[in-house]
Design a protein around this ligand. Structure first.
Ligand code: NIG
Ligand code: FE
Length: 414
């Protein structure tokens, strides 16, 4: 066993409750000014006030001792919404968007997600793995220790399974914890353009059962949006996924208010994501259904859209999580500090609310709350040593990387 002791840490962490932190609890963060963390292999053995941790460490042979000199320490970021498995970027499309072409029009014309589908179908499994691993390495450098990754650039059974195998391998071969989501309902592929209903049937009858049989996706997600999948189609796909034992997620009301948030509430999905255009009714339904709102401020920034109404959601009792949405199209963001920065400066969340949103609530949004998201004995030794005194430095040091050290499953990187 390898034992590491970290001393003189100013620890900030949400604390595990019976459910995701909603309302006032969104801002509840425990703090130890002179804290320590004892790590045994990949797990936290003890954490908290220096003396308590020293007592637990007494008599143990320490392989490493680190003096953190009073730096702020937070749980590793849980990036609960990404599409970080793809084969090429789409910078050309970004230039088109800057010139005024709307995101959904690019998709309608056969570009956007569909151009990534062509890239992923053409890529070998090995190339797809290496490209995606590079992305994950960058996210780790910025403090992400857990990442949810969606498939959805295959849109046929064979390529979706290829993506999910790559996602599983990323979990085995990087220091990060990876949670896989099947998103065959990300767009209607070119070959089904004339008959989108046929693609929904294929999803229900062939793709979902094939994925479930291999047990390589924990969740199913659908892009419920004008010109993509309707509320009715999304309901059908998600209901089928539920019968196969998958958890439910939904890309809801990203560009238009179709009623995706209400659907997520009705189905009691684990999360509804984006929600830029969610209505008051939709927000009510999320609260009633106990659904975590996964907000993606870097996507609003990149699409030049108004931010999701995070404060209203918190007031109404919806637990809020914050993620990057890392993808080649709408948002090529690999930095959780940038997400925190936007949440604080543009969505008016407090640093505490943003911290809970990027750690413990994010862990709840992907069913990983028992393993990650807060600094507690028994959980993964995942934490970020910040280059500052408090989590507010993530917004204060705008555009920089105020990260000194990242610990993922007990492994350190600078
Ligand atoms: O979350 N909205 C759908 N999916 C992604 C974008 C994927 C892409 O453009 O490649 C999103 O914004
Ligand atoms: Fe997304």
């Amino acid at each position: 066993m390898t034992t590491k002791l970290f001393r003189h840490a100013h620890i900030y962490t949400p604390k595990m409750g019976p459910g995701p932190a909603a309302g006032a609890a969104q801002a509840e963060v425990a703090e130890w000014r002179d804290g320590s963390i004892l790590v045994e292999d990949e797990r936290i053995a003890a954490v908290g006030a220096a003396q308590d941790v020293e007592n637990k460490a007494a008599g143990k042979a320490l392989d490493e001792e680190h003096d953190l000199e009073g730096a702020a320490v937070i749980p590793g970021f849980v990036d609960s919404h990404t599409h970080a498995c793809f084969a090429a970027t789409r910078e050309g499309e970004f230039s088109m968007r800057l010139a005024g072409k709307p995101y959904l029009e690019i998709l309608k014309a056969g570009g956007g997600i569909l151009s990534s589908v062509r890239d992923v179908r053409a890529a070998s499994e090995e190339d797809l793995f290496h490209f995606s691993r590079r992305l994950l390495k960058t996210t780790l450098h910025y403090g992400t220790t857990t990442v949810e990754i969606k498939s959805g650039y295959g849109l046929d059974t064979e390529t979706e399974l290829k993506m999910l195998r790559v996602i599983a391998r990323l979990g085995r071969e990087t220091p990060q914890t990876v949670t896989p989501t099947f998103m065959g309902a990300h767009a209607v592929p070119e070959e089904h353009k004339a008959n989108p209903a046929g693609y929904v049937t294929l999803l229900e009858n062939e793709m979902l059962p094939a994925v479930a049989k291999q047990g390589i996706a924990r969740f199913c997600d659908v892009f419920c949006e004008e010109g993509v999948f309707s509320v009715e189609q999304s309901r059908k796909i998600l209901q089928k996924a539920r019968t196969l034992g998958m958890g439910l997620k939904l890309h809801a009301d990203e560009v238009h208010d179709l009623g995706g948030a209400s659907l997520a509430g009705e189905l009691r999905a684990i999360s509804a994501e984006h929600l830029l255009a969610a209505s008051d009714e939709g927000i009510e339904k999320l609260a009633q259904g106990g659904v975590v709102a996964v907000l993606l401020p870097a996507t609003a920034y990149s699409l030049k859209k108004p931010f999701a109404r995070a404060q209203t959601m918190i007031e109404k009792g919806v637990p809020v999580a914050l993620a990057t949405d890392l993808n080649p199209g709408s948002c090529f963001c690999q930095s959780m500090p940038f997400v925190v920065s936007l949440a604080i400066m543009r969505m008016n969340l407090t640093p505490e609310e943003a911290l809970v949103g990027t750690t413990l609530n994010a862990a709840w949004a992907i069913g990983m709350e028992k393993e990650v998201g807060s600094l507690e004995p028994g959980k993964m030794a995942d934490f970020v040593v910040l280059d500052g005194e408090s989590p507010a430095v993530l917004a204060y040091a705008s555009g920089a990387r105020p990260v000194r050290l990242v610990c993922a499953k007990g492994m350190l990187s600078e």
